[in-house]
Design a protein around this ligand. Sequence first.
Ligand SMILES: NC(=O)c1ccc[n+]([C@@H]2O[C@H](COP(=O)([O-])OP(=O)(O)OC[C@H]3O[C@@H](n4cnc5c(N)ncnc54)[C@H](OP(=O)(O)O)[C@@H]3O)[C@@H](O)[C@H]2O)c1
Length: 254
Amino acid sequence: MTNSPLLVTGGTGTLGGHVLPLLRAAGHDVRVLTRGARPDADGVRFVTGDLLKDEGTGAAVDGVGTVLHLAGGAKGDDVATRHLVRAAQRAGVRHLVYISVVGADRLPLGYFRSKLGAEQAVADSGLPYSMLRAAQFHDLALKVAAGMGRLPVVPAPGGLRWQPVDSRDVAARLVELALDEPAGLVPDLVGPTVYPLAELVRGYLKARGRRRPALPVRVPGKVGRAYRAGDNLTLAGAERGGRTWEAFLAERVG
Ligand SMILES: NC(=O)c1ccc[n+]([C@@H]2O[C@H](COP(=O)([O-])OP(=O)(O)OC[C@H]3O[C@@H](n4cnc5c(N)ncnc54)[C@H](OP(=O)(O)O)[C@@H]3O)[C@@H](O)[C@H]2O)c1
């Protein structure tokens, strides 16, 4: 395709890894911003930069019409996104697609606050945008469950629930958004089922053929209250990914 390439930040990550082939299959050239260096391959060109340090940002967005901003870390997504937004404004980007997290506007935790700051940078930028809040990915649930499953006794935080979603379903939705007109904040995307965290761990242990005793614990303070109130969930009005946690476990662990 001779059209301008799409820029994918975070194209080397879990979500990005699912997004790239979908964009390529739709016939688009893709540019990926990464802090590392990689050889170009199959219509994907890697450019080096660091959004937190604001290095390489201008070159990454140069000549790009649509940006899928998927880069993220435990900290600083607000700062990184402000840098990207400023470069995108200068470059005249026509559509900025951002992945946020369910509960960004509610949970009193640093990661969620920085996602909200990033959302605000996008929404206040004046750039046409689409923004999707997704629930925790199955990949993350697996990492958490595997970590907790290594303990001799598994903590079971009362009232803490997740509705994990498959990162392939999130990727498909983001590509759909990127190839359509800017839509603003769209309905949240969550997984098909709500699980107590302890049940996710139990499912993982079962798939590994293991059992561990559970120890009920209470998450203290306002974070605990927010989780018990379900502030990290979207129980009504969300779109639901089709792939289940059980199917994911069977693929990855079974
Ligand atoms: N994981 C979840 O459960 C979940 C749920 C909802 C929303 N999200 C959001 O979805 C996005 C992708 O998550 P993921 O789990 O796929 O992430 P991931 O696998 O941890 O990958 C992170 C990506 O961000 C890039 N990155 C990190 N810091 C960067 C920086 N300073 N400059 C440029 N690139 C940087 C990394 O690129 P290099 O290492 O190549 O530089 C990598 O491609 C994130 O924004 C995350 O907040 C995740």
